[in-house]
Design a protein around this ligand. Sequence first.
Ligand code: ZN
Length: 136
Amino acid sequence: MLKEFTLKTDQEGLYNITARVGETVRESGVKDGIAVVWCPHTTGGITVNENADDSVRGDLLLGLDRAFPDRPEFRHAEGNSAAHLKSSCVGVNQTIIIEKGKLLLGTWQGIYFCEFDGPRQRKFFVKVMGGLKHES
Ligand code: ZN
């Protein structure tokens, strides 16, 4: 099963998409398999991180800004090379195990769409693969 989602971002940030991925897994009926979350953008990404303390998301963005500052030497005419660097560093996909029909996330883990260049109209895909019966 493949499902496409749209996401309107108002600024750079991490947007929690865990519920939408979980709902896709439920709709698929897959009990034992994997879900791949895919971002088809070059200045966005997908990550798994803290879902409890909101300040962690801000700290991640601050750390990425420090690691990938805008530089006058960059030649990309669009002027957003730092966002491209962050996208390649974080990655554009995550694979999450499905066990007994549920995402095998840790208690404090959530799935996030990373916007490094908003505001923009974005999309992401969730591909669910596996068996409809639980294999122990
Ligand atoms: Zn660009």
